[in-house]
Write a protein that binds this ligand. Structure first.
Ligand code: ZN
Length: 345
């Protein structure tokens, strides 16, 4: 496509910056995990609990074994992780994201530390899953993100294209949930295409449009252009939610249940680029604020401005909490057992 040297240089600089940010993200995650390990269970303890749950719940055995394997991996007990991943695959029961994909990414992450042919085995497993196809978008996303972290963007893109094609065929009897799955695949695909220096295509444009619309309207709480660096998502605690829903019809169109609201907030937070915060809304607070600025509280943009105002005045919760910390939603459960679970649990 005849790029100039300047463009190539700029692109290389962007890739370097992206690698630096990914490394920084991993470092912060590790630091957070270490910090909260002091308060909660160690990965080893969690792994043992999950193994027990696998034994107690035959129908969900494969899911629990896969999660236990992940925690053994975190605890650096690679041998035990390997054994449990194999048991989960052999079990054949349902696993969010497909047990074979989790097993394969584990093999590829650890390579020759595990076995001489870990890499070939992992890649072969992934090809099998890709050839078979699955309705579970998490499988495509997980494989793609693994290849992304390895810098193999072409492979990542192949997975995302396949996942999108599959999800589009599912979208006929679409609920809002599968729309969001599509959206997440499309946004990740845009990021990868960007890394490959590919020009924006119609899916990229639809993904960006969808993201804006979704954040602006469904969540109704993205801070406006005046404060672009801090992004806050409005959250209605359960006690306020019921009252707010009765009062404002447009909220009712967005969410039917508090659980759905919680899931969408968590999802928005995971999709936001950085510095995500949760603005905790109250009915009285929104009424006051709307009156103050002379706007209708039943408009998405009024609520977005209210969220920005809460962020501005420090009335926010920083996200994410540590996995073993109390969840941001106020349920009293640990984050990892509450809103921090895989989203299509
Ligand atoms: Zn929660």
């Amino acid at each position: 496509m005849g790029r100039s040297d300047a463009e190539r240089e700029e692109h290389a600089a962007l890739l370097a910056e992206r690698a630096r940010l990914l490394a920084e993200r991993d470092r912060l995650r590790d630091e957070l995990a270490d910090r909260f390990d002091d308060f909660g269970d160690s990965p080893e303890e969690i792994a043992r609990q999950l193994e027990q749950q696998a034994a107690d719940n035959p129908a969900e055995r494969a899911q629990y074994l896969t999660e236990a394997a992940g925690h053994w991996g975190m605890a650096d007990n690679l041998e035990r992780a390997l054994r449990l991943y194999r048991a989960a695959v052999a079990d054949g029961g349902p696993v969010v994201g497909d047990a074979r994909v989790w097993y394969a990414t584990f093999l590829l992450d650890h390579g020759t530390d595990l076995t001489d042919n870990a890499e070939q085995t992992g890649l072969a497993l992934l090809e099998t899953v890709l050839a078979e196809g699955t309705d579970d978008y998490v499988a495509y996303l997980t494989a793609a993100e693994m290849f992304e972290e390895r810098g193999e963007f072409d492979e990542a893109l192949r997975w995302l294209d396949a996942g999108l094609a599959r999800q589009v065929t599912l979208a006929d009897n679409a609920d809002s949930e599968s729309d969001l799955d599509l959206q997440e695949l499309a946004m990740t695909r845009s990021r990868i295409r960007d890394a490959l220096g590919l020009p924006e295509d119609s899916i990229d444009r639809a993904a960006e449009e969808g993201r804006q619309q979704w954040l602006d309207q469904v969540i109704g709480g993205r801070s406006g252009a005046a404060h672009p660096s801090v992004t806050s998502v409005l959250y209605w605690p359960e006690s306020e939610f019921a009252v707010a829903l009765k009062r404002w019809p447009t909220l009712r169109e967005q969410y039917e249940t508090h659980e759905e609201h919680q899931r969408l907030v968590e999802r928005a937070l995971r999709d936001l680029p950085s510095a995500a915060r949760i603005a905790v809304a109250t009915v009285a607070g929104l009424i006051d604020y709307a009156e103050f600025i002379g706007e209708d509280p039943d408009l998405a943009h009024t609520r977005a401005e209210y969220a920005a105002e809460l962020a501005e005045t420090g009335n926010v919760v920083v996200w994410p909490p540590g996995r073993n910390e109390p969840c941001w939603c106020g349920s009293g459960r640990k984050y990892k057992k509450c809103c921090g679970r895989p989203l299509n649990d």
